[in-house]
Ligand binder design. Structure first.
Ligand code: FAD
Ligand code: NAP
Ligand code: SF4
Ligand code: SF4
Length: 498
């Protein structure tokens, strides 16, 4: 029968460690691990023990024989991945987690953030040491983008929040929510009470489109739109008015763009019963959206979306997916080799689409490649868009061109990459200070990518602890408990999400 790995895989590699026959690849350390979009099970050697399915935090592993319809592709892709490869029973060298030499005092570590990077770092710390951990988040709800970013229809992915929540209840972890470092507490406050401070603050700001009219009502960043449908406490429920929107344009070809497209075009019924904000579901129900156009500045071969997310878009019930016949698009798809990214669109109709006219009846998604926005037009509110490939009749514009890190007081910041400069997670100028996740690597990579990233940062911290390089904090854990008692608050005080 064998098992196969499906859409929600976030490549955290939890399944690999439990597989008794080493048949899940690519594994950490293997060439494709950092770039693969899902892991694959070798159907020739899988012994159907089901251990990987039990270990998977996002329910991505299924027996092949229950995969039907559109999901059958996951078994096919798995078999295709292994075709021509010899089954290799040899295990690569084990990745042995570092630990502290006997006699090294257990460090007190502050971790800023409660998203995936923070949680994986805390998991690694608790596993390798007797560390006492303080976790701090500016929001009143933990989870970072798992709670306020992952799309509501990714219900299995959201489930990883349950394993993270269990971690926050660990007896050696104290969690303080509604406390913003840099506003309510300074880096010096944390450093005075802890041997080490790990920043896992993500990249919460939007990259602007930088075009005239971008600030008109009706035009907003995906950062804000995503926060709106995920009920983020800093975004008002009335932010998005869909009542007169017949066509929306989403700029960008990444997975965030596709998330927003599914939410707007997939119909409200498939979102009912998920964690979508009530105001967003109501707006979608009463709204008029018939068409969503996705503008990609480059061609289908360079689109940043992953194949499982495009596959999901092809199978949205009641929605037609088409590719607009812009110059260069047809040739890019027809000349693509079977494994090229552009070939993912070979089964999607390519059509001449008149975006200057109102959309036709029914629901449609149009992938419009080699096109960029030039100007948002409208009198008091967006009513049209000018693009490099012509005018578009559109009443909503979502800029989904990536997130961006923001500087933290007292920490160095590289404004070109919008990250904190580091060496394997260590912030050079500040002994005992580390970064992990999107503020370390920049805003790319799924949830699982933060696991290896966290391991690297924790390894650096443990090396420093073992070598006696962590500063000794002058104040105690009890002093910190007293300090933080006076700064907690229920609602975020920082700037509203941009
Ligand atoms: C819209 C969207 C959807 C996504 N969907 C998926 C998906 O379906 N599957 C998948 O595998 N990956 C998905 N990802 C990617 C995944 O969410 C990221 O890889 C991951 O969240 C990055 O983790 P992080 O911990 O670095 O940042 P975050 O998750 O952003 O966590 C940062 C945390 O730090 C807190 N914080 C920030 N500043 C401060 C401060 N000064 N003081 C205290 N706390 C602070 C924030 O409140 C937040 O809780 C998605 C990303 C986005 C943007
Ligand atoms: N698995 C999931 O379901 C899921 C869901 C959401 C997010 N994520 C992950 O989260 C990470 C962030 O996703 P993301 O979509 O925000 O970022 P992303 O993958 O980096 O995609 C950004 C897109 O914006 C385009 N872009 C950038 N600047 C532009 C400009 N000035 N004008 C027009 N287009 C521009 C990029 O095109 P160019 O390539 O031309 O630069 C790219 O298509 C990714 O790793 C993603 O896979 C995963
Ligand atoms: S079912 Fe068992 S043998 Fe098959 S991939 Fe999963 S863990 Fe490995
Ligand atoms: S999410 Fe993790 S555990 Fe689940 S299939 Fe993917 S790599 Fe394996």
């Amino acid at each position: 029968m064998a098992y196969a790995i499906t859409q929600t895989c976030c490549t955290d590699a939890s399944c690999i460690a439990v597989c008794p026959v080493n048949c899940i690849h690519p594994a950490p350390g293997e060439p494709d691990f950092g770039t693969t979009e899902v892991l694959y099970i070798d159907p020739r050697t899988c012994i159907d023990c089901g251990a990987c399915a039990d270990a998977c935090p996002v329910d991505a592993v299924s027996p092949v024989d229950v995969l039907s319809g559109a999901d059958a592709v996951y078994a096919e892709r798995g078999a295709r991945y292994y075709a021509g490869r010899t089954a290799d029973p040899v295990w690569s060298a084990p990745l042995i987690p570092r630990s502290l030499p006997a006699g090294t005092p257990a460090p007190r570590v502050a971790v800023v953030g409660t998203g995936p990077a923070a949680c994986y770092a805390v998991q690694a710390l608790l596993h390798a040491t007797d560390a006492e951990v303080t976790m701090i988040d500016r929001l009143p709800v933990p989870g970072g983008l798992v709670r306020f970013g992952v799309a509501p229809d990714h219900t299995s992915t959201k489930r990883i929040g349950e394993s993270f929540a269990a971690l926050l209840r660990h007896p050696r972890v104290r969690v303080h929510l509604g406390v913003e470092v840099g506003v309510d507490l300074s880096h010096a406050d944390l450093a005075r009470h802890h041997h080490a401070v790990v920043y896992a603050v993500g990249a919460a700001a939007a990259r602007p489109l930088g075009i005239p009219g971008e600030d008109l009502p009706g035009s907003l960043s995906a950062t804000r739109f995503v926060a709106w449908y995920n009920d983020h406490p800093e975004v008002p429920g009335g932010l998005v008015d869909l009542s007169d929107v017949r066509r929306a344009v989403v700029v960008g070809n990444g997975n965030v763009a596709l998330d927003t497209v599914r939410v707007l075009a997939g119909g409200p019924d498939r979102l009912a019963g998920t964690g979508i904000a009530g105001h967003a579901l109501a707006a979608l129900r009463s709204g008029a959206v018939r068409e969503v156009v996705v503008l990609g500045r480059r061609g289908p071969q360079d689109a940043a979306y992953t194949w499982p997310e495009l596959h999901a878009l092809k199978h949205l019930p009641g929605v037609r997916l088409v590719v607009a016949d812009t110059p260069g698009t047809r040739a890019a798809i027809s000349s693509a080799a079977p494994d090229d990214h552009a070939a993912l669109l070979s089964d999607v109709p390519i059509e001449a689409v008149d975006l200057a006219a109102p959309p036709p009846p029914g629901r449609r998604i149009v992938l419009n490649f080699f096109s960029s926005p030039v100007e948002v037009l409208g009198n008091g509110r967006m009513s049209a868009l000018r693009t490099t490939t012509g005018p578009v009749d559109a009443q909503l514009l979502i800029g989904a061109i990536g997130y961006r890190g923001t500087p933290l007081p007292d920490l160095p910041f590289d404004s070109a990459t919008a990250t904190v400069p580091h060496e394997r997670g260590r912030v050079a100028q500040l002994p005992g200070t580390y970064v992990v996740g999107w503020i370390k690597r920049g805003p790319s990579g799924g949830i699982g990518a933060n696991r290896l990233c966290a391991q690297e940062t924790v390894d650096a911290l443990l090396d420093d602890a073992a070598a006696g390089r962590l500063p000794t904090p002058p104040a105690t854990a009890r002093d910190f408990a007293r300090l933080i008692r006076n700064v907690g608050r229920d609602a975020p005080a920082g700037p509203a999400i941009r």
